[in-house]
Write a protein that binds this ligand. Structure first.
Ligand code: HOZ
Length: 429
């Protein structure tokens, strides 16, 4: 029995499903999760000391590659000064200044510890500032596990949503309207019906939780206009795509200014830092200035901030995003070319350091299109890649991540393994 098997059996005794976050359990792809013992650059090693090229990068944060020496040094130095104070530090000011400089729509920012906290707090702030209850989200966008966001579409187009998780009372979701991603007509209809009651629209401008799906310009422009016309707040959830697709986030690529932005992942450089921020006129509603309560013992933790701040400095190196985007595109173009070569419904897409691979004829643009992809072929492909030492996200519905440490030779090796895998897959159509 492998050490991974032994650890998985042991883990299941004391931890539900053996993991601390469900997708890590390999339930959708089957098999034994790999227990990771160490990581460096573009690679990690499992409990059996098998090396993998890592394409999840801790689900986004590892943009510099794992264990970047400058980040590790900053963390060690900060740790030596004390792990947590529960009182403000200069590092938090520097972090806030850096975020406001890099994302101009953010005039003020509050640091928290997870993406879920960031989106949940942004939502409460939007409701508090507008004194409205209703919110709009989009099918397939994941904004963390706050109650009112674990919601799927209701029975009709303009009916409010139903819980997607046990334990979420229907009452908690009755203010959440769930619309189709990239569907401007539905947005128009929703605002026509409920415009003056809508506190906010929350969206992943580049969705990364239904695999990678890019918003269209028209979709984001329509929601910006409708929010302006109705006095609703536009929240960009850039927990995944912020500092990932471009230095200024997806908002800088699309040229759209949200009112509030949620950030996470890259801004912590691998430690738990997330943030939400935006217009000062909205942020002033937050305690201690205003009546919207939010707090956290480990918010702005000095060690986590040291990792985040150092990461934010390093990603500003000249040409960083050009290089990251070039490598990611090399990978996704390579995947697509293989799909064509073997006449398989298999293609890929990329933006900045994020990519998606799809067992479908075309790149999907909505959740329902994504749901039609061939997940059985993905699962086979996942294991064929894993066996060759490539760790892809263990679900057909997750995006992939490339780091600056993924050299051309690592990517070309990945593509050679993908070719082997696709050849042995046969011809799923
Ligand atoms: N929220 C991630 C999936 N989109 C999973 C995070 C994790 O398991 O680490």
């Amino acid at each position: 029995m492998s050490k991974n098997d032994t650890l998985f059996q042991r883990a299941q005794i004391t931890t539900p499903g053996g993991v601390n976050s469900p997708v890590r359990a390999f339930r959708s792809v089957g098999g034994t999760p790999r227990f990771i013992q160490r990581a460096e650059g573009a690679h990690f090693w499992d409990a059996d000391d098998k090396q993998y090229i890592d394409y999840i990068g801790s689900w986004g944060p590892a943009i510099l590659g794992h264990a970047h020496p400058t980040v590790i040094k900053a963390v060690q130095e900060a740790a030596a000064l004390g792990l947590s104070f529960g009182a403000p530090t200069e590092g938090e000011i520097m972090m806030a200044e850096e975020i406001c400089k890099l994302v101009p729509s953010i005039e003020q920012v509050r640091l928290v510890s997870s993406g879920t906290e960031a989106t949940m707090s942004a939502l409460r702030l939007a409701r508090g500032a507008t004194k409205r209850d209703k919110i709009i989200k989009f099918e397939g966008c994941y904004h963390g596990h706050a109650d009112s966001l674990l919601v799927k579409a209701g029975s009709g187009l303009l009916t409010f949503g139903n819980p997607t998780s046990a334990g979420v009372p229907e009452d908690f979701t009755k203010h959440t309207l769930v619309l189709d991603y990239n569907n401007c007509e539905q947005l128009e209809a929703a605002f026509k019906e409920f415009g003056d009651q809508i506190a906010c629209v929350i969206v992943e401008p580049v969705a990364g939780n239904m695999n990678l799906i890019k918003a269209t310009d028209a979709f984001l422009q329509t929601m910006r206009r409708l929010c302006d016309e109705s006095g609703s707040i536009l929240i960009f959830d850039e927990v995944m795509c912020g500092f990932r697709v471009a230095l200024g986030g997806a908002q800088s690529l699309y040229g759209i200014t949200p009112d509030l932005t949620a950030l996470g992942k890259v801004i912590g450089g691998g430690l738990p830092v997330a943030a939400f921020g935006g217009r000062a006129s909205i942020m002033k509603h937050l305690a201690p200035l205003g009546g919207v309560y939010q707090a956290g013992t480990l918010s702005g933790n000095p060690v986590a901030v040291a990792a985040g701040l150092t990461t934010l400095k390093l990603i500003q190196a000249p040409g960083f995003y050009d290089e990251l985007s070039r490598s990611t595109k090399r990978l996704s173009d390579g995947f697509t070319a293989l799909g064509k070569k073997y006449d398989i419904s298999f293609c890929a897409d990329a933006i900045g350091g994020m990519f998606g691979i799809y067992f479908s004829k075309e790149i999907p643009s909505s959740y329902s299109q994504m749901m039609q992809s061939d997940t059985a072929s993905f699962n086979q492909f996942f294991h064929l890649m894993l066996d060759q030492g490539v760790y892809l996200a263990p679900s057909a519905f997750e995006a992939g991540f490339v780091s600056i440490a993924h050299s051309d030779s690592i990517i070309d090796r990945t593509l050679a393994y993908a070719e082997n895998a696709l050849k042995s897959l046969g011809k799923p159509k």
